[in-house]
Design a protein around this ligand. Structure first.
Ligand code: NDP
Length: 332
């Protein structure tokens, strides 16, 4: 059973040498347990935080232990009364080709309701992050201007489309011309800005003549400084991620723009998607409805092969992905 261990705590940007593939044996099943074949695994930016030994909302990964994360698996052997061979499940499991888990640790999926991969993206953790962060904290109103950074990623693409459903004007910020075209032509963003080739502040000022009412922050750093310079009175700023800072060895200065929060009586609020766990089901039902109605479309970047997991993870920090980054480990 092949698995991936964290062997060094990354200094700055993670390197391939921080990880190791190894073979391990699989323990025998006990009562209520299943043997799961990994079909898809999710790589996510938050995992970078868990690779460092610092306090956060989830404990750090242990050195020389497998990384873990969102996985869709298929039952290949069962000692559970609730799950049978062939069933698909989702859970937080180790980066291994096979996992042993109790039936209480995983949730059964109905593959007739949605493609398996959607459970790790638009209907899963990242879709729910967009849904609750935008609607509960951002609370966009018809005619308002919503700006989202990290706009072409798993969370950002859904944020922008929900904001459109709510009747807002939507401006996205992302890192390539292909992503900019995708946001405008496929997802209906009103404006999209390439932060690698444009002056973000000037482009935003032109794109938001009435200022910014909601800023959904996925990245932090200088991009966020530029957006915050343009917020309106009563603006709402869900702080979802700070990917521009995750690989810094020393904490950056700031937050630098509090005077903007102050003079605009704005609300800046961090959140973790699990804050909304009690409401996940209603969020997933609403997202599924919008997908079915064609109001939300989603894209997935699926890399083939367990051996490419680390490349897929590292690619998040160089912007290889449009939409949700996944790894296909095996055929169902
Ligand atoms: P994405 O699918 O958005 O992938 C990451 C993207 O970030 C890349 O594609 C890249 O796109 C962009 N990026 C990478 N480095 C930088 C940088 N230095 N500056 C600006 N952009 C950068 O990931 P997710 O949608 O899964 O996550 C988005 C954010 O939300 C992350 O910060 C993540 O940690 C956070 N998050 C928070 C959750 C919560 O509960 N609060 C839950 C899930 C995610 P580009 O080409 O545009 O640079």
């Amino acid at each position: 059973n092949e698995r991936i261990l964290l062997v060094n705590r990354p200094k700055g940007a993670p390197q391939k040498s921080d990880f190791r593939f190894e073979e391990a044996s699989t323990p025998a099943l006990e009562n209520n347990q299943v043997l799961l074949k990994t079909i898809y695994l999710s790589v996510d930016p938050y995992m970078r935080g868990r690779m460092s030994d610092r306090k956060s909302y989830v404990p750090p990964f242990q050195l020389n232990e497998p990384i873990s994360g969102g996985i869709v698996g298929q039952v290949v052997e069962s000692l559970s009364g609730e799950l049978e061979e062939g069933d698909f499940v989702i859970g937080n499991l180790a980066w291994q080709k096979y996992n042993v888990a109790s039936d209480a640790e995983v949730r059964k999926l109905d593959p007739s309701l949605a493609p398996l991969t959607a459970n790790l993206g638009v209907l899963g953790m990242t879709g729910l992050t967009a849904y609750f962060g935008l609607l509960d904290i951002g609370n966009p109103q018809e005619g308002e201007t919503v700006v989202v950074s990290g706009a072409a990623g798993a969370v950002g693409t859904i944020v922008g489309q929900i904001a459109k459903i709510k009747g807002a004007r939507v401006v996205g910020i992302a890192g390539s011309d292909d992503k900019i075209s995708y946001l405008k032509d496929e997802l209906g963003f009103d404006v999209a800005i390439n932060y690698k080739t444009e002056n973000v502040y000037e482009a935003l000022k032109a794109a938001c003549p009435d200022g910014v009412d909601v800023y959904f922050d996925n990245v932090g750093g200088e991009i966020s400084d530029s957006v915050l310079a343009l917020i309106n009175k009563g603006a709402r700023i869900p702080v979802c991620g700070q990917i521009a800072l995750y690989n810094l060895e020393k904490a950056d200065v700031g937050p630098r723009m509090q005077s903007q929060i102050l003079i605009n009586s704005a609300l800046m609020k961090g959140f973790i998607v699990s804050d909304y766990a009690a409401h996940f089901e209603e969020g997933a039902i609403e997202l599924a409805k919008w997908v079915k109605e064609g109001k939300i479309s989603y894209s997935e970047n699926i890399v083939d092969g367990f051996e490419n997991t680390i490349d897929a993870f590292l690619g998040l920090f160089s912007g290889e992905n449009t939409g949700k980054q996944l790894v296909k480990v095996a055929e169902p």
